[in-house]
Ligand binder design. Structure first.
Ligand code: COA
Length: 177
């Protein structure tokens, strides 16, 4: 069996393309992100303020992220990893890359919503310095609240935010292109 470090070192981040949409839809299926269909994804690819990335292994796409930067504020709309690849660092890598990009784009904070019962999503984001700042009742359907998470981007001059600063660093074993 391939060692974890060998497998992850071969992962590559790149911009999402139309040809990736089948893989992206497969990864999203069965998650809270499944509501974004092919047409919605195509629109995301066209939006000037949206960034769509995929994480690719040698045999195909294993994860993706979608975020927006508007008026100095970033929002993560999707981060998902293939079910068979989870708990190997792909989700963290995708979020770290988003944070690096939004920092470079001049965003001072980054927000996202995650279902309250999504323990994996909550742990992923809190582990990267996000703090819970709000709740939307029934956002994902009756009895399914969303939690709003936020982090301040390092270097931001907005010192009024109560949240932890985060460090934007990429794992050295991965590269973005
Ligand atoms: C959330 C998700 C993206 C995490 O991806 P992943 O590749 O498994 O995450 P990583 O391996 O990078 O894990 C990073 C950290 O997140 C936390 N984490 C991830 N999965 C977890 C789980 N099932 N239970 C508890 N903590 C978890 C851990 O702290 C983990 O660090 P560790 O492995 O060193 O303990 C993945 O579970 C997924 O695709 N879920 C469906 C889509 C979704 O819910 N997205 C989030 C909302 S946008």
């Amino acid at each position: 069996m391939q060692a974890r470090s060998e497998a992850t070192a071969a992962w590559r981040l790149r911009d999402m393309a139309e040809a990736d949409l089948d893989a992206v839809l497969t990864i999203a299926a069965g998650t809270d992100l499944a509501g974004l269909n092919r047409d919605g994804l195509r629109r995301e690819l066209q939006l000037p303020f949206a960034s769509c990335q995929v994480l690719a292994a040698a045999d195909g796409v294993i994860g993706y992220s979608i975020h927006w930067v508007v008026a100095g504020e970033a929002e993560i709309h999707a981060v998902a990893v293939s079910a068979g690849i989870r708990r190997q660092g792909a989700g963290r890598l995708l979020v770290e890359s988003v944070l690096e990009r939004v920092g470079r784009a001049g965003a001072t904070r980054c927000q996202l919503e995650v279902a309250e019962e999504n323990a994996a999503g909550r742990a992923l984001y809190t582990g990267l310095g996000f703090c819970e700042v709000g709740r939307r009742r029934d956002y994902y359907g009756s009895g399914r609240d969303s939690l709003l998470f936020e982090c301040r981007i390092m270097g931001s001059k907005d010192s009024t935010l109560p949240n932890a600063e985060i460090s934007i660093t990429m794992h050295k074993s991965h590269s973005a292109f």
